[in-house]
Design a protein around this ligand. Sequence first.
Ligand code: HSE
Length: 436
Amino acid sequence: MDQVVKVGLIGFGTVGTGVVKILQDNADVIARRVGRKVVLDKIADLDIATSRGITVPSEMLTTQVNDILDNPDIDIVVELIGGHEPAKRFILQALSQKKGVVTANKALLADHGEEIFEAAFKTQADLGFEASVGGGIPIIRSLTEGLAGNRLTSIMGIMNGTSNYILTRMTQEGRDFSDILQEASREGYAEADPTLDVEGIDAAHKLVIMVNLAYGTPLPMSAVYTEGIAKISTVDMTFAQELGFTIKLLGIAKCQDQVIEARVHPTLVPTESPIAQVHGVYNAIHLVGDAVGDIVLYGQGAGSLPTASAVVGDIIDLARNRIQESFSRVPATSFQWESRQPLAIKPMADIESRYYLRCMVKDEPSVLSTISGILGKHGISISSVLQKERKQGQPVPLVIVTHRSLERGMQSALHDINSLPIISEPTVFIRMEGTE
Ligand code: HSE
């Protein structure tokens, strides 16, 4: 091996620019940690004309990805273009040539992870994807190494920086969704297609990756119940606050008796809970292990340098492995490939939760008893009720918080409630966590 480790970067966007900056600015500490210089050899992007605000030699830039993939001197390929194709093809090609691969591509790993993990296993090439979950938070390494001695019972947290940024600003400033989303895009937090952020799909991608590593099971995206933040209004944020709660978009995975429950949805969490204190682009992932107990990992979940920090951490890991000629020491899947087994998935109807309901009702006698009667008929018990003064002739919000109930019963109750003539618009319902 040369006395340097050579890196090829595919994708010179927000995160790619951060990677180049860290490799330049921290070259000395990286070399001292690796034992050799880690040298950026080529950067491939379709656009090599636009200034990224950093200086790179012009001969380093290419529009031809094969200048990296076919270059036998390049040890590590970093894929930061995102999306399914051509990213998958580039990664498989690099792995087949036994190059180390680093990627931040959560959509690809969530949708085609099995194919890529199998390729890494068969070629015994290293695959690093720390940046795919939680931006700068070292959650992947925590799952595959630091917490590997535990049986994990749950993974829960804020896994999408953009939606947390939007919800935080809606709560603090009472502003509407769409102009805050534009700000998140300007800051480089949002996906190229921001519907992935606001519809909860990006968080679901990350949950799939974490479940895979935590429980040694493939998990299809279709197994994750996914609901985004579009239905969240400032009205519900204000009611939630009055009741002592904050609304967050949570990813939740639980494993009991070898059955996995996995879901992403807006959630009321107690305002004094640690997860409610996570603001802006920050993520927090709360894990419970049988040995370690509770552990929370917190940090910036999106953005150029935090995400690039995770990418460079992987580059260093792979560079150290290459120097030692030790590949795949830690399996990409955390569990040894042949010991993984698909676990059963709990249907959404079987989950249990507390619920926040906001019914818009005609203010008439016996409305409350009619609605509580329906809830009771479906086995749902009420914990508290909030109703505001009426405005003449207008529907009034009736806010109900329930005790822990089965989702199946809640869905049936909602159907019955929404069919009542006293209901003027579909009832808003939001699940709750962290209480009772
Ligand atoms: N769009 C993602 C987020 C980027 O907002 O969390 C980091 O994965």
